[in-house]
Design a protein around this ligand. Structure first.
Ligand SMILES: Cc1cc2nc3c(=O)[nH]c(=O)nc-3n(C[C@H](O)[C@H](O)[C@H](O)COP(=O)(O)OP(=O)(O)OC[C@H]3O[C@@H](n4cnc5c(N)ncnc54)[C@H](O)[C@@H]3O)c2cc1C
Length: 306
């Protein structure tokens, strides 16, 4: 079993760089090993938490009890035909974009600047610049934690919507996927990649962060612009601060705790509700052993859904 046994902290495994100790981390590199790890964990009866790159996730201050299965080393690449590739769930999204670009295939250009893994992108239906993961997904390979079998899920079964899919990490682990692309001119692909990179250079902060904290209630009501209008770029709580570059991003200025981030999210959410009558739900996920205070804040943050 591929377990890391030295002292492990959540802050090593999420892009916010927050979170307490992790009891046990599994980082398989091979598919068979991943299934063995998951089978073994079921037998052990330990609670299980699934992570990819941790780029959309806040890990609780008290860390994660039981086993944390991190899919980010599942990096197989198997071309199937001219337009289809079978890829491991752990591949970084920028790598998926590059693999497609090398073959003059379009569809993954938006992934160039999105941190995280293919598995996380499928679970979240990550997207940007008018593209999303749903549009290139043919089949996902899912380990079902109930049946302990690997299943093939079609895009229909994944039931994608805005930053949502039918993947429930309490029951399903994405091990990989068959992606389908469109053949395209190299020049057009390169242009779209460059446009995405340039946009991020200007709009996304360099400090540790977890991307957009709230889902936009509709495309014409982007939380970033609305929060900016309310002066949110000056707001902070402890070591957590609303980014000066994007008012729907929270950055860790160095000493932020998970509680600081959640407290600041609550202030942002309440402001959107008070000033615009908008009920927004978190895009960020919160995992691990919450303190009483964190559990109460998360309950309030997710009262409109998640
Ligand atoms: C600077 C920055 C910019 C960002 N820009 C964008 C953007 O433009 N568009 C966008 O959509 N997102 C964006 N994000 C958010 C994030 O990158 C995406 O949501 C990404 O898809 C998350 O992937 P991950 O592997 O890091 O997921 P994680 O944060 O590790 O996990 C997210 C959720 O998916 C689950 N999960 C992860 N891997 C698996 C798996 N293999 N099987 C089952 N469940 C799994 C986890 O349990 C968790 O619930 C941004 C984040 C940052 C930090």
């Amino acid at each position: 079993m591929s377990a890391d046994t030295q002292m492990l902290l959540g802050s090593q495994y999420c892009s916010y760089r927050v979170g307490g100790p992790l009891d046990l981390v599994l980082l398989p590199t091979l598919l068979e090993e991943a299934c063995d790890n998951l089978d073994f964990n079921k037998k052990s009866g330990l609670p299980l938490t699934i992570l990819g790159g941790g780029s959309n996730t806040i890990i609780a201050s008290q860390g994660i009890r039981g086993t944390t299965f991190i899919a980010k080393r599942l990096m197989f690449i198997e071309p199937v035909d001219e337009t289809h590739l079978k890829l491991g769930a752990g591949l970084p999204l920028a790598k998926v974009c590059k693999i497609a670009q090398e073959r003059n295939l379009s569809g993954a250009e938006f992934m160039i600047g999105v941190p995280g893994t293919l598995g996380g992108a499928i679970a979240m239906n990550a997207g940007a610049m008018g593209q999303d993961t749903a549009s290139i997904l043919d089949t996902a390979f899912i380990y079902n934690l109930e049946t302990q079998c690997v299943e093939e899920w079609s895009a229909e079964k994944l039931n994608f919507s805005y930053r949502m899919s039918a993947i429930d990490p309490k029951h399903h682990v994405v091990l990989g996927a068959l992606l389908k692309f469109e053949p395209a001119e190299a020049e057009g692909i390169a242009k779209r990649i460059q446009a995405s990179l340039s946009f991020r250079q200007v709009h996304h902060p360099k400090e540790p962060n977890g991307g957009s904290v709230f889902k936009n209630p509709s495309p014409d009501k982007p939380c970033g612009r609305l929060l900016d209008e309310l002066g949110a770029k000056t707001w902070s709580h402890g070591g957590a601060k609303v980014s000066a570059m994007h008012a729907n991003f929270i950055v860790n200025t160095g000493q932020a705790t998970s509680t600081d981030i959640l407290e600041l999210m609550l202030k942002m959410q309440r402001a959107l509700e008070t000033h615009y009558g908008l009920a927004v739900s978190p895009e960020n996920r919160f995992i691990g052993e919450a303190s009483v205070q964190e559990a109460a804040i998360w309950k309030e943050l997710t009262r409109h859904g998640h």
